[in-house]
Design a protein around this ligand. Structure first.
Ligand code: 4AD
Length: 462
């Protein structure tokens, strides 16, 4: 494809070969009496390549002394041979190090990554190098696979991938968590912000294309210093016309996630590393979860009112939640969400029909006048990973709700409101936080590890 060299992944998929060329980084070197072994990674696989160097003729293996962990090397004319007597099925055999091994990039004596598996807190202090660890490198490959599976699912379902703007004039969620965009003063004399959600623009596009989606960055200037908040994260957002009700949205969301998770499970051997740092879930737990999530049957769904009843019963009769008493009308706290999904349902669970004041202005009201046609998907250990709703498509009702919230509909949102006067259609959609989903599936407990260079209220900016 690129050149004629072999990637580690391709080699493991192939049979015996002569004259193999590989490139990669030395993970470790071991010298035994008659043979030396190098573990080489090239970033394409959770597996490393075992390179065997028989120590027969010292003059040919002398350069071995200058090889160190972390160096980038190129190997040519090696042989990929089956090794039925060893644990790994193949190894790469190099006879003439002098001729066939070339150092492409050296390391200093301070190179911090060593053969042993490092702790995640230590790796996080090295944002520019940490992805060379097998665990965090595999996490990025896993994320790439998840994104690819989403793209496939949407293509199969006739969705158009669109590119909404990242610089906007409005606060979609109304939370006031906006990063301002400035040149020397304002954005060319106007107020502009980094988008918190592409939803409003997606709605406009869905009224043209019917089914559309985007996978793009979102920005939230929130100070939450938690393991599930980032100030820059990636959101998968989908919007479609002629949606009937919230149960259509939750069914779609479940089918979409099943298809993505199934694809991860089918590719588990290439996606999940075998050796995992102690702080994270171990491979057997991850595989069991993926397998369970692939099983048929609907994930449970409860209304917000039912969820509050369950939570209050727990709070009053079993174990009080230390921080917040569950109250009808207040947002669910993350500990409520985690308890519902992790302990009560022990499964992903949809919570629908929240009180209107817990949610954004654009959601369609239910007939009870108190709640809105919306859902959150909560998962064990992480809480909310998806939020969606039917959108208010009636002009008069939308204006009324914006007035109730003292929002200006003649200002930055006039174009959005006017969509309800020009061929409006019933529609709905959702947004899914990619880092939260990936972390839930991969079992890393901090979403900061699911994005290559995390941005949050605290921490470094490289
Ligand atoms: O629930 P949210 O705020 O919904 C919206 O923004 C809607 N406009 C989406 C839509 O309907 N098109 O965010 C959606 C998801 C959350 O469920 C969560 O997974 C993720 O985005 N999310 C975050 N992820 C990481 N860091 C943060 N600070 C996040 N805020 C939201």
């Amino acid at each position: 494809m690129f050149r004629s060299y072999h990637t580690v992944r391709a080699l493991y998929d192939s049979g015996p070969h002569k004259f193999v060329e590989v490139n990669g980084w030395i993970q470790s070197i071991r010298h035994l009496k008659r043979i030396a072994f190098i573990d080489l990674r090239d970033g394409t696989s959770t597996r490393s390549l075992k390179i065997a160097i028989p120590l027969v003729d010292q003059s040919l293996t002398e350069p071995l002394k200058s090889l160190k962990t972390g160096q980038c090397i190129s190997i040519s004319q090696a042989e990929w041979v089956p090794t039925p007597q060893r644990e790994q099925p193949f190894e790469l055999r190099v006879g003439n190090v002098l001729r066939d091994v070339q150092i492409l990039g050296n390391v200093t004596s301070q190179y911090p990554l060593q053969k042993k598996s490092h702790s995640l807190p230590f790796l996080r202090t090295l944002p520019h190098l940490k992805h060379r660890s097998n665990y965090l490198g595999s996490l990025l490959r896993f994320r790439s696979h998840v994104e690819h599976a989403f793209i496939q699912f949407f293509a199969q379902n006739e969705f158009i991938k669109v590119a909404p703007p990242l610089i906007t004039s409005s606060d979609c969620e109304g939370g006031g968590e906006l990063f301002k965009v400035e040149d020397s003063e304002n954005y060319f004399g106007r107020s502009a912000y980094l988008t918190v959600s592409a939803q409003l623009h997606l709605e406009a596009l869905s009224l043209a294309l019917n089914r559309c989606y985007t996978l793009s960055p979102s920005f939230r200037a929130e100070k939450s210093d938690t393991n599930r908040h980032l100030s820059e994260f990636w959101m998968l957002e989908a919007e479609w016309c002629f949606a009937k009700d919230v149960s259509e949205l939750t069914h779609f969301t479940q089918n979409m996630l099943r298809s993505v998770i199934k694809s991860c499970y089918d590719n588990k051997n290439e996606l999940i590393p075998r050796i995992i740092p102690q702080e994270s879930e171990q491979a057997s737990t991850i595989l069991q979860r993926l397998e369970n999530l692939c099983k048929d049957g609907n994930w449970p769904s409860v209304t917000y009112t039912e969820a509050i009843d369950i939570l209050r019963d727990q709070h009053v009769n079993v174990k009080p939640f230390p921080n917040y008493e569950p109250q009808w009308g207040s947002a669910l706290q993350s500990e409520h969400e985690k308890w519902l999904a992790g302990e009560y349902f022990q499964s992903p669970v949809f919570v629908t029909d929240y009180p209107k004041d817990c949610k954004a202005f654009y959601m369609k009201h239910n007939d009870d006048g108190q709640t809105v046609a919306c859902f959150d998907l909560l998962v064990p250990g992480m809480g909310e990973i998806v939020g969606g709703s039917m959108r208010e498509n009636d002009y008069t009702k939308l204006i009324k709700e914006m007035d109730r919230r003292q929002m200006n509909h003649n200002g930055d949102l006039d174009w959005y409101v006017s969509l309800r006067q020009e061929g409006s259609a019933p529609h709905g959609g959702f947004g899914l936080g990619i880092e939260r989903l990936v972390s839930y599936l991969y079992g890393n407990r901090n979403i900061r590890d699911a994005i290559p260079f995390h941005r949050a209220a605290t921490g470094t900016i490289e």
